[in-house]
Design a protein. Structure first.
Length: 415
């Protein structure tokens, strides 16, 4: 662990004023992280029972009696909680990994890291810089795919954990913007998109590093990938990039701007890539003329919607939007990568009218969805849900330009 003798101290570092209480806290966090990674910390972690929030008080008391200080006890239990949560992202491997709370939130799940790695391998990369590696989730996936990884992380605790989580990567604790980057044929950048209070940062220019800075760094390498928010606007994208929106089990996770790997846009759904038909990353999505709503309504996977792949999906499966620019589609048969709904009724969007229709169709528990209209989904679901009866869905949306509530039932889900 001597690869991380001290936190970086430069103008951009939060640790530049060594005497501030904040820096005292940072030094303490680093000392506790080192302890957790050492034999004593690992022995404590190994002896903890599976995490249950109800046990925390009793376990804290036990650890304190065993001689741990308050920070050590709290950190061991936090890590135990994060490892339990992280099984969703890393499977069994999570039980031996090291996380900070922020690092965990920002970490790429292993299946998606494997997709990133596969893109680099397919493009012929051998040595990748992981710029801002966090706790090392992408670095781990890159090394598992056989890539040689030079990882850089400015947060000293995250850097220590990255070295433990991705032992085959060479991790350096430094501000990558103030350091000469090593030679590599590819660079991976995953800018931090959360503020210190945990809130998401919407503006790409306020990400750390800012998107424009990430792009200029990326352009210095033959191959590059930049993870971005999936809601990024097309006009913010460089035209000569290939942009991939990634979803798993219907959940949109991220988008990646690839440089040196062609141009266009695609959705990657549970590992399967669907090209949107766009020739450049920034061109507008193709418009499809709407059609009257039939007995079936489809909601495409969000990665298809974001990548602008609706026109291609409609063309391939004989579908059309229920209103101009709305990603609720209608057609004869259930297409792949879409949630499907059997339409029971279409009514004006007034609670009384909708409730009457739900009752007439024997629907109690009601899920609410919306597109192209202002509705408080949670409040409306509460208002419309009744006891007993079947499960149903009310979709608020324009239908051929008129705001409507579509009363429906889920049919086969093909996510
Ligand atoms: C979103 S996280 C990376 C998560 C990582 N890809 C993973 O899957 O675990 C972004 C990280 O970049 C680091 N970072 C931001 N600017 C940096 C810089 N100039 N130099 C080094 N690291 C930086 C942050 O400290 C943060 O840990």
């Amino acid at each position: 662990m001597d690869a991380f003798p001290s936190p970086p101290r430069d103008a951009d570092s939060p640790l530049s004023d060594a005497d501030s209480p904040r820096n005292a806290r940072a030094s303490r966090n680093l000392a506790v992280a080192r302890w957790l990674l050492g034999d004593a910390g690992r022995a404590v972690l190994a002896a903890l029972p599976p995490y249950r929030s109800d046990d925390v008080f009793a376990l804290t008391a036990r650890l304190r009696r065993e001689g741990l200080d308050a920070d050590q006890a709290a950190s061991a239990l936090t890590l135990s909680r994060l490892r339990a949560r992280a099984a969703a992202k890393f499977g069994e491997r999570a039980g031996a990994m090291f996380f900070t709370a922020d690092g965990y939130e920002q970490a790429t799940r292993l299946s998606v890291g494997a997709l990133h790695a596969a893109r680099f391998v397919e493009a012929g990369a051998r040595r990748v810089i992981d710029f801002g590696c966090g706790i090392g989730a992408d670095s781990l996936a890159f090394t598992l795919a056989g890539l040689d990884v030079a990882a850089i992380e400015s947060d000293p605790v995250a850097a220590l954990y990255a070295a433990a989580n991705a032992p085959k990567a060479k991790v350096t604790c430094a501000n990558g913007l103030a350091t000469e980057l090593p030679d590599a044929d590819a660079i991976w950048l995953d800018p931090a998109r959360r503020a210190e209070d945990g809130r998401r940062i919407a503006s790409p220019e306020r990400w750390i590093p800012p998107f424009s800075r990430a792009l200029s760094l990326a352009r210095g390498f033959p191959l590059a990938g930049i993870k971005v928010a999936p809601g990024i606007a097309y006009h913010a994208l460089p035209p000569r990039a290939f942009v991939e929106w990634i979803s798993e089990r219907g959940q949109l996770l991220e988008a990646v701007v690839w440089l040196g790997m062609g141009t266009g846009r695609a959705a990657t759904i549970d590992g399967e890539r669907l090209d949107s038909g766009a020739k450049t990353a920034d061109e507008p999505a193709v418009f499809v003329a709407p059609r009257p709503l039939g007995p079936l309504l489809f909601e495409p996977d969000p990665a298809i919607v974001r990548s602008g792949g609706i026109a291609r999906l409609c063309e391939k499966h004989g579908l059309a939007p229920v209103s101009e620019g709305i990603a609720y589609l209608t057609g004869e048969a259930v297409p792949p990568h879409c949630a499907a709904f059997e339409v029971l009724d279409v009514v004006v969007p007034e609670a009384k009218r909708i409730k009457r229709s739900l009752a007439a169709h024997g629907i109690g528990r009601t899920e609410v969805k919306k597109r192209g209209t202002e509705v408080d989904v949670a409040a409306m679901a509460k208002k419309l849900s009744g006891r007993g009866g079947d499960a149903g869905v009310v979709l608020f949306s324009p239908v051929l330009g008129r705001h409507r509530a579509i009363v429906a039932r889920r049919t086969a889900v093909t996510f």
